[in-house]
Design a protein around this ligand. Structure first.
Ligand code: NAG
Ligand code: NAG
Ligand code: NAG
Ligand code: NAG
Ligand code: NAG
Ligand code: NAG
Length: 400
């Protein structure tokens, strides 16, 4: 039966379209040249770059991924993907076309916007008097996740809405990318009443209690295995495509600043998500008064979130174990959450080759249901998308 479908798919779907798995040497060569457009095109995808400047001058490079055969300027809803600690836009396109989060979303008719937060390798510049320059040490002091939440994410959302002229969008956050999203949307309620669709969020990076240092170490180790696979061959994730290690190694870790580590570090063994208390690091030269216009740093109240969201947890997460997940759900008063089976680690949730089987396909189903409810026009477009997805000549490699 599958053979029949595939044959048919090739008759209607393969005309002039490149679906072959790219030659890995060509992929690596493109990455070495920093030619990500060529890399994406080897996978049949369109990639464009869009710079945005935050209120405090950081120049962020957004990556926009679309699938040329199905993208529709009017009907493709934007999906903003908010990346994790030490990650970059590239992490969401480093597997095959049917396995990378960004590519799979694009083939499902979405207009995919990948973030690169301040101080990662693609957003490592500031604008001074109209000139692009290197960030100063003081700029780096303002590169922790709280600044990404306060200054980067709002700027990114505005840019996406401006360029696409769309009023509805989705947000997917992974780990730190989810913390950022929560921190911003729990404070700024201007998107609550706007016609913005459900936010579906991947993993929540919680402030941890209990065996926090052990958890944090576990997290660093599991990140390290993605970022530096050769360093820990004995703990490699079964969800990582070993053949593509050359690609991962070329680009990771994508850069981060020590202040982000500090930002997370102070959360350990404290039962809250809070901004940095600059009284604790006087050597930084920054003060709470100057940064926040108040002497006490704000604690984020994630329960104040009013946009609808869904949480997904994976069950082999070193950093955010079961107890932390349950605490998070309780603290947020969350009602829409899912525990995903499959022995996935923190990174596997979005970066493994079989990610669609466990997380992305489930998220796509949620998006699909929401898109169909919009109007006849979107409903028709979703039918077209569905035919297109069925025509893609990829075998289903998901476990039964
Ligand atoms: C910005 O660039 C202009 C033109 O190259 C130059 O004249 C000016 O001095 C630069 N400003 C700074 C602050 O570097
Ligand atoms: C889960 O995955 C880890 C590696 O990430 C592995 O060590 C462990 O044996 C796996 N557990 C099961 C039940 O498959
Ligand atoms: C792993 O990557 C290689 C090289 O791109 C590819 O040929 C292979 O199909 C991938 N395996 C899976 C399971 O996706
Ligand atoms: C700082 O706080 C004071 C007192 O709450 C307020 O009057 C003032 O407008 C604030 N300044 C800024 C720049 O927000
Ligand atoms: C938690 O959610 C329930 C059900 O939606 C609601 O009745 C309750 O008021 C909420 N509690 C808080 C503290 O928001
Ligand atoms: C992606 O497509 C390749 C080629 O058909 C296939 O081998 C692989 O199993 C697919 N991956 C998933 C996660 O379905």
């Amino acid at each position: 039966m599958r053979l029949g479908i595939l044959t048919l798919a090739c008759i209607i779907g393969c005309h002039g379209v490149q679906f072959a798995i790219p030659d890995i040497d060509l992929e690596i060569a493109a990455i070495r040249r920093n030619d990500y457009v060529a890399y994406a095109s080897l996978h049949g995808m369109d990639l464009t770059f869009h710079d945005v400047v935050t209120p405090d001058g950081w120049i962020l490079q957004l990556w926009r991924v679309t699938s040329p055969e199905i993208y529709d300027e009017k009907r493709s809803a934007p999906v903003i993907v908010s990346h994790a600690f030490m990650a970059s836009a590239f992490d969401y396109m480093w597997n095959l076309r049917n396995e990378s989060t960004a590519f799979v979303l694009a083939d499902n008719g979405y207009d995919v916007w990948l973030t690169n937060y301040r101080a990662n390798e693609f957003s490592n510049a500031v604008l001074v008097d109209g000139n692009r320059t290197e960030p100063t040490p003081e700029d780096y002091l303002r590169s922790g996740w709280q600044y990404m939440a306060e200054r980067d994410l709002p700027t990114i959302i505005e840019k996406v809405l401006e360029v696409t002229q769309q009023s509805k969008f989705y947000l997917i956050g992974h780990s730190m990318g989810c913390t950022i999203t929560f921190a911003y949307l729990s404070q700024d309620h201007s998107y609550d009443d706007k016609p913005v669709f459900k936010f579906l969020l991947g993993r929540q990076l919680a402030a941890t209690t209990g065996s926090a240092w052990k958890d944090f170490l576990g997290y660093l180790l599991s990140s390290l295995c993605y970022n530096l696979p050769s360093a820990c061959f004995f703990t490699r994730s079964p969800h990582m495509n070993q053949t593509r290690i050359g690609i991962f190694l070329n680009k990771t870790p994508a850069g981060f600043s020590l202040i982000t580590n500090y930002n997370f570090g102070v959360e350990l063994n404290r039962d809250h998500w809070a901004k940095i208390d600059f009284r604790e690091i006087p050597q930084s030269g920054l003060t709470n008064e100057a940064e926040y216009n108040q002497s006490e740093p704000t604690e984020y109240d994630f329960a104040a979130l009013r946009v609808p969201y869904s949480l997904y947890f994976v069950d082999n997460d070193h950093f955010n174990g079961l107890q932390t997940a349950l605490d998070t759900i309780q603290r947020l008063n969350a009602t829409d959450y899912t525990f995903i089976k499959g022995n996935l680690s923190h990174e596997d949730a979005v970066m493994g080759f079989d990610t669609p089987c466990y997380t992305i396909n489930a998220i796509l189903e949620r998006f699909e249901a929401l898109e169909k409810q919009r109007d006849d026009d979107h409903e028709k477009y979703r039918e077209k998308v569905s035919k297109f997805v069925d025509s893609l000549p990829f075998e289903d490699g998901c476990p039964e």
